[in-house]
Design a protein. Sequence first.
Length: 173
Amino acid sequence: MNRTFFTVILLCSALGVGIFLTWPKFQEYSVVAEQSQSKRKELQSREEYFARLREVKEGLAAYADKIAKVDAAVPADSQLPALYDSLQKEASFSGLVLRGLSISPQPGSEAGSAQLRLIPATMNLTGSYGAIKQFLLNIKTASRVASIQSVAFGGDQAGTTFSLSVGLTAYSY
């Protein structure tokens, strides 16, 4: 009986020591396994996100020419000399005489911002009624996005030459 009793006590103590020595390592293993599972889920989520981005990029490739037109219509910076030249050409192509042009860009957010910056401009023009009508149509369909904010119209006694003051807003990023 001594031998059986001694064997049972030895087995119980070995089992107790085994449990007490391995339980902390099992707890560490459980924590690491849980972290590993969460990292796998995060990685899978990111892979799905980048796969969707690739699909969107491939979808946008079909619209590359239209996106280029938008980029040209709303430039990344104000490009004031180009805007001045564009407005002057629209006036002369319409048959109007440009008497004055003032462009006053508003201080905006830093370059690269997603918000549009407004560039107000005022044009003083003279010409015939048909030329004024053509000018307004040309501004509406110009390659650079601009919206007409105000129009002041006046004429001389004979009614053949008219003066026009146009307030408009151009846009940039």
